[in-house]
Design a protein around this ligand. Structure first.
Ligand code: 0L1
Ligand code: MG
Length: 255
């Protein structure tokens, strides 16, 4: 087994069992090329267990997230069928290590999209848009990592919840939103915080997919990135984000 495959196995086991591990960069820093290779290898392990790739997530697309984590490059990860949590349902806290939640916009892809595209071409490939929340969960001790670590860990991709789908021409460029825990507002923001306009995250998603030899295929979901800083979850919490014109997405945190 190669070193990269061995690291992928460690990252995958940490995610599968909800167990924290030390950062790989404590030993040696990973290049971006190595980190994305590890991510791809660890996802192969999930696919072999029966999970399906259902799309991709973009990360660090807002200044708030970059400041929160002290990193400033766009990153991406894969979404699988095993990561989708039911809207209005109860998530199993014990499946995560130290999960956080952030409000996002989701795109549903209608036509294949890959490579360098304009925002107009990206929007033309969209079937629908939805309000969403991502549940990120770094598998590293204390949620601490460098860029190579987080990319190898599938960019902290762990869970996601989708609200109702709306027609693709729904304006999501600058919608106010409030993320509340137990009815108290924790984060207030706008979808404009996602790269100034979330469609830019879809443009970036097409580019990064191509760089990995992949396409955004019909039926794929693209999470555009957090619109605010992420909020730590704990058992018993009622989590809700209300989006201007798009309604509310909610879930509860179980044990
Ligand atoms: O914006 C993101 O979804 C980045 C996720 C990776 C970093 C983190 O875990 O906060
Ligand atoms: Mg996110």
């Amino acid at each position: 087994m190669s070193d990269l495959a061995r690291i992928a196995e460690i990252a995958d086991e940490a995610a599968r069992t909800g167990t924290a591990i030390p950062q790989f960069s404590d030993e040696a820093q990973l290049t971006m090329e190595q980190a994305y290779a590890i991510q791809a290898l660890s996802m192969q392990r999930r696919y072999a267990r029966g999970e399906r790739r259902v799309g991709i997530k973009m990360g660090f697309t807002s200044r708030a997230k970059q400041v929160q984590m002290g990193l400033d490059d766009l990153i991406w990860g894969r979404l699988t069928s095993g990561m989708q949590e039911e809207e209005g349902g109860i998530i199993n806290f014990s499946r995560y290590v130290h999960p956080r939640v952030e409000p996002e916009i989701a795109y549903l892809i209608k036509h294949e999209l890959s490579g360098n595209v304009t925002p107009i071409q990206a929007l033309a490939a969209v079937e629908a848009v939805a309000p969403a929340m991502e549940i990120i969960d770094s598998r590293y001790d204390n949620f601490k990592f460098d860029l190579g670590d987080v990319v190898a860990d599938n960019s902290s991709s762990s869970g996601f919840v989708l609200g109702n789908w709306f027609p693709k021409d729904t304006d999501v460029t600058n919608l106010g939103l409030v993320l509340s825990i137990d009815g108290r507002a924790q984060q207030i923001g706008s979808t404009a915080a996602i790269l100034g306009n979330p469609i830019r995250a879809l443009v970036a998603a097409a580019r990064v997919a191509a760089s990995a030899g992949e396409v955004l295929a019909p039926g794929d979901i693209v999470l555009a990135g957090g619109a605010t800083a992420a909020v730590a979850l704990a058992p018993g919490m009622a989590v809700e984000t209300t989006f201007e014109t798009l309604g509310t997405v909610a879930f509860n945190v179980g044990e």
